[in-house]
Design a protein around this ligand. Structure first.
Ligand code: FAD
Ligand code: EPU
Length: 345
């Protein structure tokens, strides 16, 4: 049965009061295809959703929201690695816990990232020095138009910082149905992040890193079950060396991270804080007091509040630093995904 005019308040971690015409949860490839075919017959738009932790509905969605809940975690091993095959509808943090419980190390730095495994490749999730691309082996994709599936190996996914081929080259008829993960047995802890680099690599365990990452995240990032948010609203901007030199001249303590291509990443949170925007409010939305890159729903915010706040932040940072922040979250309008940079400028 299809539901009519369903609230999405619990399906977007901003907890915005938005609606979709219908919401359908599926747990198999055949159900995905059947729902897609049914939607074609009644001429309804379809949008894939995991747990709604990286979306901003700028208005109601006029169509079917399809929740991919295909489950299953299985693994094989050889002398050098474990090979996991994970259904797209598994919860990411559950997967991290599952691997550690089975004495499989390698996902500990990615603890507590909300959302489904199937959404993780979309923006190449990353935290504390590890990105999905470091552990991904393949992505299984289904083309709903003809029911065929294909496997993309990691080198074909064009993973980058908060970026992948899935953000650009695949239309809404493509669904990620499973993710292959390879975790090598000769585990080396990743302690490059400044919050972890005081830990001793010769004695630290994966479980200890997991605990440390969970503790830091709980301290820094608001819990979306209490305060609506979508994590970092903006990407950390990648700028030229010249730009960084300009900023460091005035603010010698500004954090920066050198990238492999000689460009440099700045911290959006630092830039926003230095525009004195911490706690700044628009309607029910605000810049988070502890982590300025996070926009929060503090008091019954509506989509327009978040949007207007994001525009204000963008303008202030552009005016003060001549740096043009790019939203990290996916923007959803009545007919589907739209380009966030077109809305926030
Ligand atoms: P959704 O928000 O439901 O969907 C995101 C996008 O993926 C949408 O465009 C959707 O259409 C598409 N999509 C979802 N599933 C599929 C599928 N199976 N096939 C095709 N398309 C699909 N991200 C990080 O990288 N690092 C962090 O440290 C981090 N911390 C966060 C902390 C908080 C408190 C929050 C709220 C978010 C954080 N995020 C972080 C962002 C978010 O957790 C990730 O982007 C996550 O992968 C989103 O998963 P989801 O299931 O909620 O995706
Ligand atoms: N900072 C400030 N003021 C702030 C926030 C941050 O000065 O209000 C400074 C911090 O002091 C630090 C630097 O900025 O020197 C970076 O801050 P933090 O370590 O909190 O991380 P971040 O760069 O803001 C990124 C990711 C997070 C990820 C963490 C940990 C992006 C857009 N965000 O945040 O991912 O969890 O690093 O690796 O890359 C997400 O994508 O949603 C997300 C939460």
């Amino acid at each position: 049965m299809l539901n009519q005019g369903q609230s999405l308040k619990h399906l977007n971690t901003f907890a915005l009061p938005v609606y979709a015409t219908q919401v359908i949860s599926v747990n198999s490839v055949s159900a995905l295809i059947a729902t897609w075919n049914e939607a074609r017959i009644i001429d309804q738009a379809i949008l894939l959703l995991g747990e709604g932790s990286n979306v901003l509905f700028i208005e109601d969605f006029s169509g079917i929201l399809l929740l991919n809940r295909i489950k299953g975690i299985s693994y094989t091993e050889d002398n050098s690695a474990w090979y996991l095959h994970v259904g797209a509808g598994e919860n990411w943090h559950y997967l991290v816990c599952y691997t550690l419980q089975h004495c499989i190390n390698g996902l500990e730095n990615l603890a507590l990232i909300p959302g489904c495994v199937g959404a993780a490749p979309i923006q190449n999730i990353g935290a504390y020095g590890v990105e999905l691309q470091n552990v991904c082996q393949y992505i299984d994709l289904l083309d709903l138009n003809n029911g065929t599936s294909q496997r993309l190996m990691v080198e074909d996914c064009k993973f980058g910082y908060r970026d992948s081929i899935f953000k650009h080259s695949y239309k809404e008829s493509f669904v990620i149905i499973a993710v292959g993960i390879k975790l090598i047995k000769a585990w080396i802890p990743t302690l490059s992040h400044s919050d972890l680099n005081q830990l001793d690599p010769s004695t630290i365990t994966a479980k200890e890193i997991f605990n440390k990452v969970c503790a830091i995240r709980r301290r820094k990032i608001p819990d979306p079950t209490i305060t609506g948010n979508a994590g970092s609203f903006f990407k950390n901007p990648i700028v030229s060396r010249k730009k960084v030199m300009e900023i460091l001249k005035k603010y010698p303590k500004a954090p920066y991270y050198i990238q492999p291509n000689h460009c440099i990443k700045l911290a959006a949170g630092w830039l926003i804080e230095n525009c004195a925007l911490k706690g700044y409010r628009v309607g029910g939305a605000a810049v988070h007091q502890q982590q300025a890159a996070v926009l929060v729903n503090i008091n019954n915010a509506v989509s327009q509040d978040i949007l207007n706040l994001a525009r204000h932040v963008y303008k202030q940072v552009a005016t003060k630093f001549a740096i043009y922040l790019e939203p990290e979250v996916n923007f959803i309008a009545a007919n589907g995904k739209i380009n966030p940079s077109e809305c926030v400028k």
